[in-house]
Design a binder for this molecule. Structure first.
Ligand SMILES: NC(=O)c1ccc[n+]([C@@H]2O[C@H](COP(=O)([O-])OP(=O)(O)OC[C@H]3O[C@@H](n4cnc5c(N)ncnc54)[C@H](OP(=O)(O)O)[C@@H]3O)[C@@H](O)[C@H]2O)c1
Length: 189
C-alpha cells in the first residue's frame, strides 16, 4: 500500500504479540525497525527472523519504565541513524484484581509501563522530529478504555490516559508536521 524506505522506526514491546506483528509489517514496507523489549535474547531471535527475510532490523533492549535508559536509547538511535522517523509505543501490561484488593505498587507498575513511559518516549523523540519537521508517533491504547470491564482499573486508567495524551500531543505537535495517533485494539476475551 505504501513504502517506508529510508524510515527508522522504534517499536516498543516488539518481541511478541501486536508489537512483533507491527514490526514485521513496518519492516516489510521498507523501514529499518528497531525492536525493543526487556528480553534481549528474544529480540535477537526476532532480528534474525527479519534479516533472514532480507529485512532491516536491530535490537534495542531496555525496560520502558527505566526512563533514563529509555531516553539514552533514543539518543543512541538518533546518533546512529541521524533521525528517528516513527515511534510505535506499544509495550504494555495488565494486572487483574478487584479494586479493593489492588495493591498501589501494582497500580504504579501498570501506570508506569502503559502510560508514563509513553509520555517519556514521546518527549524524548520530539526535539529531533521538530528539527526534521517530520515525525510519526503511534500510541497503543485499548478499547477497554472505552468499553470497560471489572478488575482492570489500573489498565483502563492507563489506556484512558494514553487516549487523552494522543489528542493533546496531536494538537501540540501538528504545527511541526508531526502526527500523533492512537490504535485501540479490541481486547482478547
Ligand atoms: N492483545 C490484545 O488483545 C490487546 C487489546 C488491547 C490493547 N492491547 C495493547 O497492545 C499492546 C501489546 O499487547 P500484546 O497483547 O501484544 O502484549 P504481549 O503479547 O504481552 O507483549 C508485550 C510486549 O511488551 C514487552 N514489554 C512488557 N513490559 C515491558 C517493559 N517494561 N519494557 C519494555 N518492554 C516491555 C514484552 O517483552 P518483555 O517481556 O521481554 O519486555 C512484549 O514484547 C499493549 O499495550 C496492550 O495493552 C492489546
Amino acid at each position: 500500500m505504501f513504502k517506508l524506505n529510508q524510515k527508522i522506526a522504534l517499536i516498543t514491546g516488539a518481541s511478541r504479540g501486536l508489537g512483533w506483528a507491527m514490526a514485521q509489517s513496518l519492516a516489510q514496507a521498507g523501514a529499518h525497525v528497531v525492536l525493543n523489549a526487556r528480553d534481549e535474547k528474544m529480540l535477537q531471535q526476532r532480528v534474525k527472523e527479519l534479516k533472514d527475510q532480507g529485512l532491516s532490523a536491530q535490537a534495542c533492549a531496555f525496560d520502558v519504565t527505566n526512563f533514563a535508559k529509555a531516553q539514552q536509547s533514543i539518543r543512541e538511535i538518533e546518533k546512529q541513524w541521524g533521525r528517528l522517523d516513527i515511534l510505535v509505543a506499544n509495550a504494555g501490561i495488565n494486572h487483574r484484581k478487584p479494586i479493593q484488593d489492588f495493591d498501589i505498587e501494582d497500580f504504579d507498575r501498570v501506570m508506569k509501563t502503559n502510560f508514563s513511559s509513553i509520555w517519556v518516549l514521546c518527549k524524548a523523540v520530539t526535539p529531533s522530529m521538530i528539527e526534521k519537521k517530520s515525525g510519526r508517533m503511534i500510541l497503543i491504547g485499548s478499547m477497554s478504555a472505552i468499553n470497560s470491564r471489572p478488575t482492570i482499573s489500573a489498565y483502563v486508567a492507563s489506556k484512558g490516559a494514553v487516549h487523552a495524551l494522543t489528542k493533546q500531543l496531536a494538537v501540540e505537535l501538528a504545527p511541526h508536521h508531526i502526527t500523533v495517533n492512537c490504535i485501540a485494539p479490541k481486547p482478547r476475551l
